[in-house]
Write a protein of this length. Sequence first.
Length: 342
Amino acid sequence: MKQRERILLIVAGSVLGVLVLGLLARSLFVLPWREAQDKRRAAQATLASLRQEQSGLAKSVGAFAAWRDRTFADDANSAMLAADAQIKELAHQAGLAQAELNLSSFSEKPINKERELACTISSRRPVGLAKLVNFLFLLSRQGQLRTVSNLSIRPQDDSNSVNFSLRYATLVLADKPPLSIPARKAAASQTVAIDLAEVSQGTYAAIEGRNMFLPYVPLVHREPPPPQEPPAAAPSGDAADQMVVAGLPSTPNGPEVHIADAAGSAVKVLKVGERLPVGEIVAVDYREIPMPGKPTISSYSRVILRNGASYYAVELGQKLSERRVIQPSDMPPSLRFILEGQ
């Protein structure tokens, strides 16, 4: 065998040996390790599912216990006796005597897996409306599972006394599940004592306060009274405070000064040379200048008045009482020339 063939044979044998050793190591170490990892992950998933199921079960047990504590008892007979005693106690707190109250026997009716216990409460004779309102309010403030329905109220002639009847129902839960349920809280099924003199009854008080059982009186529609004329404004002692510069138009015959009263209902047209209560009209200035006291607003016209040796300016839209003193040097040259020639 030549040297070259011997080398090829050694290399091929070495490669084949490595492959055999890799397969052997995979079957002895890698595959068992992977199987162990898969089993560990499956066990963790199962454990998480059990924990979630246990948490949900604990919540269900807690909810069942909370609802169970709001019932009168775990069995129907005990619940009937407890509900009967509470109704009579609340009626006494509301001022209803036993002779005024008629309480029928409880009837039992299955609702799904639970049992409903119901009775009818009615009045034997007319009772005060305030007593009935107090009784309904006290029933609503108790924590037990109960409903009040089919309320019927029949007022008497004096409207302060009524006959009533209603349906009272409570619930008894099904037999508890085969789990560890917390013990019943005795205080949850007891009657809550309420001082009617200190507690606001809210909307219940409106039943009595509005006296809704009075005989119906139809609404009489009356014609609305005729509108009255607003009283005339008393004339002010200062005429300048009642007169407004309503317009300063420029016409072919010269500028005009329109004076209106404070309400704008009467307008008087004057010309240069005529007099106003605060002075004589000597000119109309049409320059654009800032409004006095409001530099961000422009004023485009004003009337110039003269009273003795003093000159005044009243901006368009101002009252005569808002006039301000000006100097002849503050006016344009054309107006100064006119004023100097007068």
